[in-house]
Design a protein around this ligand. Structure first.
Ligand code: ZN
Length: 278
């Protein structure tokens, strides 16, 4: 059994502000990267305890150069560096494909009340993302990418709101590990790290057992074609995104695009997010 661990940083144990997740910052260099690596290690540990044969980790935050490979569990391979074809979901099209995905260190979509570092792909450019009129954050977006390959998402770690968003989107069968209780965008009560890692390890282990027992969530399939709508923060972002052929300018800040499937949809979304840089 092969597992893909898709890791982000905002939902990692102990993380509460941008300094801790922004390359160049002392907090990021000395603490954030290690905290992320250790959360991922806890998930790897739990997965192997339940008999997974192979673990691929995809570093999905910023430029995907966060996880310290020197300190990563030596049983896991690491997808790192950017841009890669699938970004946060790099490895989803491997041959053979993974049997399941776990999201580690995930966060709520932009606008979630009292959720640590809530955003949707870009905290400065993107206000909202809709797929076939459904409002989604990175949890929904990446779950549908996995669903294109019939791969289920079986566990998620983050604050209480990321976990709630994921269970609402994927279903109650999703295993979760709440590692901090957010009390604002930049404030949370964080568990002691040992307890946090124990929860992550246990959630990963239970998720793999559920998968074996065919009790894990089903993969998330989106109907095709996929209509993407991106609500940008400002009009100049939409001015730039509209340079992409085939996009439609719906309003000052809203761009839409129809893709034949989820893979083209996520490529179009990433292109819009990238080209709309200030
Ligand atoms: Zn991130």
């Amino acid at each position: 059994m092969k597992l893909l661990i898709a890791a982000d940083m905002e939902g990692i144990s102990g993380i509460v502000n941008w300094d801790q997740v922004t390359p160049g910052h002392a907090e990021y260099m000395t603490r954030g990267r290690k905290l992320m690596t250790d959360d991922v290690n806890a998930a790897i540990q739990g997965a192997f305890e339940s008999g997974v044969d192979e673990v691929i980790v995809s570093d999905g935050h910023w430029n995907a150069n966060n996880i310290l490979i020197e300190e990563l569990d030596s049983r896991a391979k690491l997808n790192t560096g950017s841009p890669s074809p699938f970004s946060m979901m790099q490895g989803i099209d491997d041959n053979p494909p993974p049997d399941a995905v776990m999201f580690v260190g995930y966060h709520g979509m932009l606008g979630t009340k009292k959720a640590i570092l809530d955003h949707t792909w870009s905290s400065v450019r993107i206000r909202a993302l809709y797929l076939n009129d459904q409002l989604v954050g990175e949890i929904g977006l990446n779950s549908y990418v996995a669903g294109h390959y019939n791969v289920p998402v079986i566990a998620l770690t983050g604050d209480q709101h990321a976990c709630e968003e994921a269970q609402n989107f994927i279903g109650a069968a999703l295993e979760i590990a709440v590692v901090k209780n957010a009390t604002g965008r930049f404030a949370a009560q964080c568990l002691p790290l040992a307890e946090s890692r124990h929860k992550i390890c246990e959630a990963a282990s239970r998720a793999v057992l559920k998968l074996r027992e065919k009790k894990a969530p089903a993969s998330k399939k989106i109907s095709t074609p996929v209509r993407i709508a991106v609500e940008f923060m400002n009009t100049q972002h939409a001015d730039r995104a509209y340079l992409i052929p085939g996009t439609e300018r719906i309003s000052g800040t809203r761009i839409e695009y129809t893709a034949p499937d989820m893979i083209v949809a996520v490529r179009a979304f990433r292109a819009m997010a990238t080209i709309s840089v200030d």
